[in-house]
Design a protein. Structure first.
Length: 242
């Protein structure tokens, strides 16, 4: 059952259409901001705590770049990459023909049995989902008893910078989305059976010279738990099942 106050106005099919429409330029546009883009993979694998034989769901997988970072961390895990966009699945097949991919039709009902996955990786997906609480419940359902979830999404403060960047430089856009404040994300975890272990704001300066980006990370790392951390365009959350 969905939680009405957290249900968004678009459909998952609208999200699918957006990513289908931009699939052909997705990799090229991300390569224009590759440092900021790849930070999500470098940071997230730190918290997955992978051990041999684990089964990992990467949702949603886009071009499956996270697959490579996961296996670099531990080659003896199985990664199932799941994506709602057939266009992006095709692009991933071209870029990484060795990956395992599963097409999903909706975020509200995942095509997996209970207790299937030991680890959940969800990068920049929650903000696109029509029924985010139901999505998180589904991730909980398909996760094993001792599962861990690593999730990232932009906060509400990223909306204006995103619109400015898109107006100036274009890009693949975000399509239907709602960047949630971290307080809202934490409430969603409570409603869906996830216990928060860690929350961290990152990427205070997504563009600019390297020294400025490093300075931004030093500042935000010192200011975790304050309003400054909420200005980081990528918020990370680490959870376990309640």
């Amino acid at each position: 059952m969905s939680t009405p106050e957290f249900v968004n106005k678009w459909s998952d099919k609208d999200v699918e259409k957006h990513w289908d429409d931009v699939a052909s330029i997705y990799i090229k546009e991300n390569n224009r901001v590759k440092d900021a883009h790849d930070q999500r993979f470098i940071e997230s694998v730190k918290y997955l705590d992978l051990t041999d034989g684990m089964k990992v769901i990467n949702i949603t997988s886009r071009d499956c770049e996270a697959n490579d970072y996961i296996l670099k961390e531990n080659k003896k895990v199985e990664v199932i990459n799941t994506e709602i966009s057939a266009g992006l699945i095709a692009e991933a097949n071209k870029a990484r023909p060795y990956v395992k991919q599963v097409k999903i039709e909706t975020y509200s009902e995942l095509p997996f049995e209970n207790n299937t996955f030991d680890r959940v990786l969800s990068l920049e997906t929650l903000e696109h989902v029509k029924e985010p609480v139901q999505f998180l419940k589904e991730l909980n359902r398909v996760s094993s008893r001792d599962a861990r979830m690593v999730l990232s999404c932009p906060p509400a403060t990223s909306e204006i910078p995103y619109r400015i960047y898109t107006a100036l430089f274009g890009g693949h856009g975000e399509g239907p989305h709602r960047f949630p404040p971290s307080k809202r994300v934490k409430k969603m975890f409570e409603l869906s059976g996830w216990k928060l272990l860690m929350h961290k704001g990152t990427v205070l300066m997504p563009v600019g010279p390297p020294f400025l980006k490093k300075w931004g990370e030093k500042i935000i790392n010192k200011c975790q738990g304050t309003w400054i951390s909420e200005l980081g365009i990528r918020q990370f959350y680490v959870c376990e099942k309640q």
